[in-house]
Ligand binder design. Structure first.
Ligand code: PLP
Length: 401
C-alpha cells in the first residue's frame, strides 16, 4: 500500500529538513530523523561511557544500548546479531571485505578473480584495486551494461564462472536500477562469494539475504546519523576471514609475538566504535520499519512515475534510464546546452538541492556517454508538489536558456 498524503505530511514533521529546502539529494545523504537525534542526545547526556570495558553502571548501560542496536538492525535486515558488524560507512565495509576476502582466497588458491560491474560506485571498485596493489595475483573484471543500462545478463553469465568473488551494487546510484536477486542466486549456485553494495538498496527496498554472503550499507542514507555503517556477513564466513583493522577491543590475548582475535563480530570492530551513532541508526531503522519498507517502495514508485512524466515533457532535457520498473526513485538527466553544475546551481537558487557531476561513478558515466549528470533522488518524505517545483524550475531554465 502506498503512503497517503496525510501520512507523508506526518512523516515530514518527524524529519529535520534543512532550511525548508526541497531536498532531492537523498542518494548522497538524507536529512535526519528528529527522534534519532534526540535519542543520541539522551545517550550522550544520560548513559555515556565507553562500551565493553567498564564494570560500572554507565558503561554497562552504554554496552547494552549498543548491543541492542546490533540486535535491532539484525532483525531489520533478517540476520543474527553476531552477523552485524558496525563500521564507519559502506565504503569502510567494502574496504574490509576487499582486504580480508582477497587475503583469504589467495591463502587458499594462490590467486583471486573478482567480478564487479560498470554500474558500481567507486566504493566498490577502488578497494579491490588497492587490494590488487597490495597483494599479488588479484584479477578484476567488470560486467558490462545492456542497451537499457541494466546489467548485461549474458556478459555476467560468461564471466561469473571464473570468478571467486562477485561484488555488485544492489541499486545503482546513477540510474536507480535494482539488480534483482537472480544475479546473486546464479553466482551462489556456482559457489561464488557474493557481496551486495546495499547503500542505495537497504534504505528503500525490502530484500532477502538468501543468496547474499555480505551486505554493506550506510546509516546516513536512511535518516540515521553519519559515521555509522553496517556490514552483514554470513557467520561461517566471518569466522574464517582474517581481521582487517587491529587494536583494542578486537582481541582476547596479546603477547610480544602474537594476538588472538575475538569471535565475530567483535574481531572486526577495533578501537572505540561509534556506539552512540549505532544507537541513532537503530532508532532510524525502527522508524522505517514502522512505516514499512513495502509502503516506502510503493510510494517512491508513484513519485518516480510522476517525476518521469513531468521531467519527460521538458524538451531541453535527456533523461537516463527513464523507465519505471525495478528502479529506485532516482532521475538522472542532462540539459541540451547547460553543464550539470550550472543546472544544479540554478535549481539551488530556488532552494532545490540536486547533485551534479559523476556521483562517484565515473565508469558508469562513461557507459552513459555523459561527462556528468544532474541527479534528483527522492525519499519517503518527498511530495508530488516538490516534483512539480522541480519540473517548473527546469521549465523556467528552459525558457531562459
Ligand atoms: C551505491 C553506493 N555505494 C557506496 C556508496 C558509499 O557510501 P558512503 O559514502 O556512505 O560510504 C554510495 C554513496 O553514495 C553509493 O551510492
Amino acid at each position: 500500500m502506498s503512503l497517503t498524503k496525510d501520512q507523508v505530511n506526518k512523516i515530514r514533521k518527524e524529519i529535520l529538513i534543512p532550511d525548508n529546502y526541497i531536498f532531492l539529494d537523498n542518494g548522497a545523504s538524507t536529512p535526519k530523523l528528529a527522534s534519532a537525534v534526540k535519542a543520541m542526545e539522551e545517550f550522550y547526556s544520560k548513559s555515556y561511557a565507553n562500551i565493553h570495558r567498564g564494570v560500572y553502571r554507565l558503561s554497562e548501560e552504554a554496552t547494552e544500548l549498543y548491543e541492542n542496536s546490533r540486535k535491532n538492525i539484525g532483525e531489520f535486515i533478517g540476520c543474527q546479531p553476531e552477523e552485524v558488524i558496525f563500521t564507519k560507512n559502506t565504503t569502510e565495509s567494502l574496504n574490509l571485505l576487499a582486504d580480508s576476502l582477497v587475503r583469504m582466497v589467495i591463502a587458499k588458491k594462490g590467486k583471486v578473480y573478482v567480478l564487479l560491474s560498470l554500474s558500481e560506485h567507486h566504493s566498490n571498485i577502488v578497494p579491490w584495486m588497492i587490494a590488487k596493489e597490495r597483494y599479488k595475483n588479484v584479477e578484476i573484471d567488470f560486467v558490462g551494461l545492456d542497451n537499457d543500462l541494466r546489467l548485461d545478463a549474458s556478459d555476467f553469465r560468461k564471466k561469473v564462472s571464473d570468478a571467486d568473488i562477485v561484488s555488485l551494487t544492489g541499486a545503482s546510484n546513477v540510474t536507480g536500477f535494482i539488480i534483482g536477486h537472480s544475479f546473486f542466486e546464479y553466482a551462489k549456485s556456482l559457489g561464488k562469494i557474493t557481496i551486495c553494495d546495499g547503500a542505495q538498496l537497504v534504505p528503500h527496498h525490502s530484500f532477502s539475504l538468501k543468496h547474499i554472503d555480505f551486505l554493506a550499507f550506510s546509516g546516513h542514507k536512511m535518516l540515521g546519523p553519519t559515521g555509522i555503517g553496517v556490514l552483514y556477513g554470513r557467520k561461517q564466513m566471518l569466522e574464517k576471514m582474517p581481521c582487517f583493522l587491529g587494536g583494542g577491543e578486537m582481541v582476547s590475548e596479546v603477547s610480544e609475538r602474537e594476538y588472538k582475535a575475538l569471535e565475530p563480530p567483535h574481531k572486526f570492530e577495533a578501537g572505540t566504535m561509534p556506539f552512540v551513532e549505532a544507537y541513532g541508526l537503530s532508532k532510524a531503522v525502527e522508524f522505517l520499519s514502522s512505516v514499512g519498507l513495502s509502503n516506502i517502495e510503493e510510494y517512491e514508485h508513484n513519485l518516480l512515475e510522476y517525476a518521469l512524466k513531468r521531467l519527460g515533457d521538458i524538451k531541453s532535457l535527456t533523461l537516463f534510464a527513464s523507465c519505471l520498473d525495478g528502479k529506485n526513485a532516482i532521475v538522472s538527466f542532462v540539459h541540451k546546452k547547460l553543464h550539470p553544475h550550472d543546472i544544479s546551481a540554478l535549481l539551488d537558487r530556488r532552494k532545490i538541492a540536486t547533485r551534479a557531476g559523476t556521483h562517484c561513478a565515473i565508469p558508469m558515466h562513461k557507459a552513459l556517454g555523459a561527462p556528468g549528470t544532474v541527479r534528483a533522488s527522492f525519499y519517503l518524505y518527498n511530495t508530488f508538489e516538490e516534483v512539480d517545483a522541480l519540473a517548473d524550475a527546469l521549465r523556467k531554465i528552459e525558457r531562459k536558456y
